[in-house]
Design a protein. Structure first.
Length: 497
């Protein structure tokens, strides 16, 4: 039984949406979707970093004051002591101290400051890092945990050969490895935990949060494809969405200027200037402080969806997301497989409208979908814009180009092809294909034609590779009368006026 025209249009829309949803599940168009999310973050999504995070960056003024980088470790020791006197919630340094310096006295000064304060997290990194099966390598210098992780649930980023500090330090540590996302090298995602063997190790931002909230390991559960969950924390139960590969999508809230910031010179000044010191203390007290290098030409500049920024600011954006709950919500692939067919059905229903309103209605539907995607972006919801655009584009073409069963209820005859020009024994009197009347001045009359008729009424030009002139004179011949070669050649010339 033949389906009704409207039903066929609905099926077309649902089929297109389903096919694009399945393609999305396979990763087709992911690069395009990433770029569309980037545009929404840049142009439409306006967030603010958490005020609970303060940056202390090594600035150009610090380079002019303390000399070229790296600074003597006594300078870092002074900064740690000044900050600790202002009672921050926690201090994390994005500066590696993995090798002894040329001055053992400077190393000892830094060691003493860290061991006395203890409210500090230092970075380290894995020499081997990615989604590969690394050999065990050297033992990790830290004690790992399982955090409720079941390796059968997903495939977390793996690391091997951890590079720790130049000596044993009494503080916590977080891995600073990041993952460039997609071929353009932009940092869109970051691991919250890294796996070595069967054990997990927190990232720098995650460890900073755990230390600030004083969270015990048994309060944390890692479920790839769902959440990292912190229970019974001072802020209640916290859930951080992660992908099947254990990656968290960073919801960038701003660049360096968006955060409350100080530099090393400001901290030294706060010691000498009591009034200025009170202002600095009010900015630091009870806050999470991240310390790192942000001077011009930073060796640690990373490419992000909202532009290049120092690695310290990337860690700050990630920590801001975790602390304030400003998570980007991306629908799981199964939900895309529901959203896109529904949108396709809506587009199919629009195609059932009269032809004069069809294209305009499909355009309005596309603009409505765009408006919904942008409005959702304001609420940190990133709908599958690439899939919606693909479904809309295919159906727009269908609405504008298909002229038979899908778009023309009345039906159209197939477009006639250009006829082959033959010289039959009895030429046709009608004209098909590309044809036009031959226009002669009204004063030119053909004496062979009946009275009242002129060349405009009797002659037709049929255009193709050859031009044939036809006249009612052909109809006067008997059907079996032969045409001589001379008459045949003469028929190809226009009649004499």
């Amino acid at each position: 039984m033949e389906l009704r025209l409207s039903t066929r249009r609905l099926l077309l829309g649902a089929t297109v949406g389903t096919l694009l949803g399945l393609a999305g599940m396979l990763g087709v168009g992911q690069n395009l979707e990433d770029r569309l999310i980037d545009y929404r973050l840049q142009a439409w999504h306006k967030g603010r970093p958490s005020p609970e995070i303060v940056l202390v960056g090594v600035s150009d003024a610090d380079i002019a004051t303390f000399g070229s980088w790296p600074f003597p470790r006594g300078v870092h020791s002074d900064v740690i002591q000044i900050l600790e006197a202002m009672k921050p919630a926690h201090i994390s340094m994005d500066i590696l101290f993995n090798e002894a310096s040329e001055d053992p006295g400077q190393d000892q000064q830094l060691l003493t400051s860290i061991n006395q304060q203890k409210n500090i997290t230092l970075p380290y990194y894995f020499e081997k890092f990615g989604f590969e099966d690394f050999s065990p390598g050297t033992d990790h210098f830290l004690e790992g945990r399982h955090y409720g992780y079941d390796p059968g649930q997903g495939d977390l980023p793996a690391g091997a050969d951890a590079v720790g500090p130049f000596t044993k330090l009494d503080c916590t540590f977080g891995a600073s490895n990041g993952i460039p996302s997609r071929p353009d090298g932009k940092i869109r995602e970051a691991p919250l935990f890294i796996q070595q063997g069967s054990l997990l190790y927190p990232s720098l931002a995650m460890q900073t949060l755990m230390a600030s909230l004083k969270t015990a390991p048994d309060q944390i559960t890692v479920q790839p494809g769902r959440f990292v969950t912190l229970t019974n924390s001072p802020r209640g139960t916290l859930r951080f969405p992660i992908s099947k590969r254990g990656l968290y999508r960073i919801n960038y809230q701003g660049d360096l200027e968006s955060f409350t910031g100080l530099d090393y010179s400001s901290l030294y000044r706060s010691v000498k200037d009591p009034e200025f010191g009170r202002k600095v203390r009010s900015a630091v007290e009870g806050k999470m402080v991240l310390v790192g290098y942000v001077a011009t030409g930073s060796y640690d500049t990373l490419n992000t969806p909202i532009g290049p920024m120092p690695g310290l600011v990337v860690h700050a954006n990630l920590l801001s997301n975790l602390w304030s709950g400003q998570h980007l919500w991306l629908p799981p692939s199964w939900l895309e497989l529901v959203i896109l067919p529904i949108f396709g059905l809506a587009a199919g229903a629009v195609m059932a409208l009269r032809r004069t309103a069809r294209l305009a209605s499909v355009l309005v539907l596309g603009l409505a979908a765009l408006a919904i995607c942008l409005a959702a972006a304001r609420e940190d919801i990133m709908l599958p814009m690439a899939g919606l655009a693909g479904t809309w584009g295919v159906l727009l073409c269908a609405a504008g180009l298909l002229k038979n069963t899908l778009t023309n209820p009345e039906g159209l005859a197939p477009s006639p092809s250009l006829p082959k020009v033959l010289l039959p024994k009895r030429p046709q009197t009608g004209s098909t294909g590309l044809s036009k009347r031959v226009s002669h001045p009204p004063s030119i009359r053909n004496p062979e034609l009946p009275g009242g008729m002129d060349s405009n009424d009797a002659e037709t030009v049929q255009m193709d590779a050859t031009v044939t002139w036809q006249s009612p004179a052909w109809d006067a011949r008997p059907p079996d009368e032969k045409i001589s070669p001379e008459e045949e050649n003469t028929s190809l010339r226009p009649p004499a006026p």
